[in-house]
Ligand binder design. Sequence first.
Ligand SMILES: [Zn+2]
Length: 372
Amino acid sequence: MQFIKKYWLYASILIAVIAVIITYAVKPALFDFILKPSQRTIYERNFNDNPEKLKRWNNLLSIASKDQVTINESTAERVVTTSQKPFTAGYLINLQLGEVLMSTVDSQDSWILEARDLDGDLLQDAQLQNDSLILNYKSDKNIKVRIILQAKLETESTTDFKIYTLPQYNFPVAGKDNTAIQSFWGASRGGGSRSHEGNDIFASKGHPVVAITYGTISSIRNRGLGGKQVWVKDYDNGYLHYYAHLDDWIVNEGDMVWSGDTLGYVGNTGNAKNTPPHLHFGIYKNGSAVDPKPFIWKTQVPANAISLPQLINPRANGFAANLRTEPSSSSDILQDLKTAPVTIIGNTGNWYHVRTSAGLSGYMHKSVLVEQ
Ligand SMILES: [Zn+2]
């Protein structure tokens, strides 16, 4: 009897497992809410019956994965895709600890937008929000990221594309901005005996010092170099925020605070007693100080690019027609294209983003491109 019961149990489990496998094979989308596949994986289901198309699609990804185009801080491009020449491009950007990488593209139906590491592994892909695809990625270390923008096959679109960063937190001194930071990470301290493990943000004595995110007051002290100091724990991200040289505080240990709540006031307590009042602001991760600047440095979202004239059968004009890594004449030269034909895939400022027939992508100033 015992044996028969067990037999039925195993048989039922086996049947259930087979049913799940068959359902997954026939209709994988039913499992998306558990497996959370990437936007690329979902799109590739369209090629289930068309291996040739899948191959073409994957080739376009490998081309973008070799691109050496580099973004210095931010870019706004107007990008073009056609069914004949589907857009594909990679953009390298150095992301610092504390920055949030943002990338957006309009006309959401036509694009796949991803952040990948240099091994090609997917870090994050863009999700649809208010009719735009929005990528939002932060790392727990400094990292070089390759953003991949790839148009879905057989779409036609000219649209705005942006890459930029945002600080992870708000600014710690009310109403002030980057210009108030007048001493940075790594500056010499104590006659060269130590290095500055924070940012000094100058404001008049009594100016409000505010929480940069929500968190809990983990300790309040009045001692040592920092003088009157408040420590806030950001449990979400595991960081401790250090606010020092305060004239006074108005919070208690254990209080919960929200971004913008006043913690205390700018002063010159501790070893700042002979310097003008300022907030020494620091961030600690696992007991070690990290550079707080990228966490609070205010950035601007770049304005949309303005379209440059469309060129029919464009080619390099033969006069120092350099293909460059950035839209800047001081950036690295990838190749002198002489009089080679190119495909224009986008533009930013006075620069065209082009791809050569050999698959190399970069920027060319509008003055070095002509029609054939
Ligand atoms: Zn300082």
